[in-house]
Write a protein that binds this ligand. Structure first.
Ligand code: DQA
Length: 140
């Protein structure tokens, strides 16, 4: 089982960025946490982070035939991108949407997710533990 974990814009700034909302764990703390969890579950993980919508689309396309599942936090692109959900539909890889914060109780514009209809589940408001929960959902 191989899972690709994609993080969108500004998630590489974890720990620095708005710690009251996103916490004090850094991006590398996050990757360590996910890797530890994946190892425990016997899952291979690959990480990808980009601030660029097209690079995320490229990565989703490249994962066709190479990945069993995707854990995706599209960051702000959640609320704006049509190209990312189109890519998810194109490859048909089971994907779980993750948000560190509870986007549905924040500003109105964050309550719109274009990727949600293309995902098997959404984990939000669980902090960085949500990524591990998303892996467990993909494992079934
Ligand atoms: C986020 C929520 C988004 O609204 C925001 O733009 C992010 C992070 C989250 O993980 O809570 O960049 O996806």
């Amino acid at each position: 089982m191989k899972i690709l974990v994609i993080n969108g814009p500004n998630l590489n700034m974890l720990g620095i960025r708005e710690p009251d909302i996103y916490g004090r764990e850094t991006y590398s703390d996050l990757l360590e946490k996910i890797k530890r969890h994946a190892d425990e579950k016997g899952v291979e993980v690959e990480f990808f982070q980009s601030n660029h919508e097209g690079s995320i689309v490229d990565k989703i396309q490249e994962s066709y035939g190479k990945t069993d599942g995707i854990v995706l936090n599209p960051g702000a692109y959640t609320h704006t991108s049509v190209a990312i959900p189109d890519a998810l539909k194109a490859v048909g890889i089971p994907t779980v949407e993750v948000h560190i914060s509870d986007v549905d109780t924040r500003e109105e514009f964050r309550q719109i997710s274009y990727v949600r209809p293309c995902c098997v589940a959404c984990v939000k408001g669980q902090g960085t533990d949500g990524y591990c929960e998303a892996i467990d959902i993909l494992l079934g």
